[in-house]
Design a protein around this ligand. Structure first.
Ligand SMILES: [Zn+2]
Length: 290
């Protein structure tokens, strides 16, 4: 073997070794849980909202069975990837440690979202997609943690979030990193997240300009809609009163009528995210709906 050939073989081995090191370094995090065969929905405890004036929702206290509002966060695990839907009222960075309650204004929480994700084998960096029902402060607190995910948002909502004058009832510093996230602008009424019709984001504007709901077609549980803030209290659904702080009351009324028609036609359970009594009966992570 000539010196030249020996040299080229040695450098070839070196190159293969080097590529292996690079591949290992860029491989996905080892702790990401194995994808399931069917879609799963995990419900996390992201706290509660206490002490709001029911008048904000055009209700008297005595008209409501429960004035406290639940704040859930959700992880959808699909065979092809993961979607975080709504990310809480209190950022994980505000916690000293888990189980020490944190209160910020009307919001309080006892657990970080990150620790609840870790319990089922995920870190924020593992998450494929981020979807927010809307930009209000009780749905967005951990957005920056998911800036490496692909953000699924409507143009009008994104424009409002990054306008010179920040939107009301929001907290731009908690989502500032999304400005540079890989982003898919949703332009259709329904957006099929994984391409198989099992996880659909549907436009339902009014509460905010680009408010949206999430529809899941689960194998055992059936069709479930996570309805964002289309409603807050179950009583709203019966009398159809609109909160005082809507972006557009007309749009909210139209969205409610459209969604009620949709859930009837498609035999879909509508889950009011903030419904305290309904939420308290839900299975919480690490249990899941499938
Ligand atoms: Zn809300």
């Amino acid at each position: 073997m000539t010196t030249l050939r020996r040299f080229s073989r040695a450098s070839g081995v070196l190159l293969v070794a080097l590529l292996a090191v690079v591949a290992a370094a860029s491989a996905p995090a080892q702790h990401a849980a194995k994808p399931p065969k069917t879609v799963r929905l995990y419900v996390f405890d992201c706290g509660v909202i206490k002490g709001l004036d029911p008048g904000l929702f055009n209700f008297k206290k005595e008209e409501l069975a429960e004035t406290e509002l639940a704040v859930p966060c959700y992880l959808i695990v699909h065979p092809k990837g993961t979607l975080m839907w709504d990310v809480g009222a209190i950022p994980d960075t505000a916690f000293k440690d888990d189980n020490t309650p944190v209160t910020q204004g009307f919001f309080s929480s006892t657990r970080t979202l990150k620790s609840q994700l870790a319990e089922i084998g995920y870190a924020p960096a593992d998450i494929t997609y981020l979807g927010l029902s809307h930009y209000h402060g009780d749905h967005i607190a951990n957005s920056n943690e998911f800036a490496t995910a692909t953000w699924l948002v409507r143009q009008v909502e994104r424009d409002a979030m990054f306008a010179d004058k920040p939107p009301a009832l929001s907290d731009p510093k908690t989502y500032s990193d999304l400005k540079n996230s890989k982003t898919v602008i949703l332009t259709t009424d329904e957006y099929d997240v994984f391409g198989d019709g099992k996880v659909i984001i549907k436009s339902a504007p009014g509460h905010t300009p680009g408010h949206q709901v999430l529809i899941l077609k689960l194998a055992k549980t059936g069709n479930v809609m996570l309805a964002g803030d289309l409603y807050h209290y179950p009583e709203e659904r019966k009398v159809n009163r609109i909160p005082t702080f809507e972006f557009s009351k007309e749009q909210s009324l139209a969205s409610r009528a459209m969604i009620e028609d949709y859930v009837k036609k498609t035999n879909t359970q509508l889950w009011i995210e903030h419904d305290f009594a309904a939420n308290s009966k839900l299975k919480k992570s690490p249990k899941y709906y499938d």
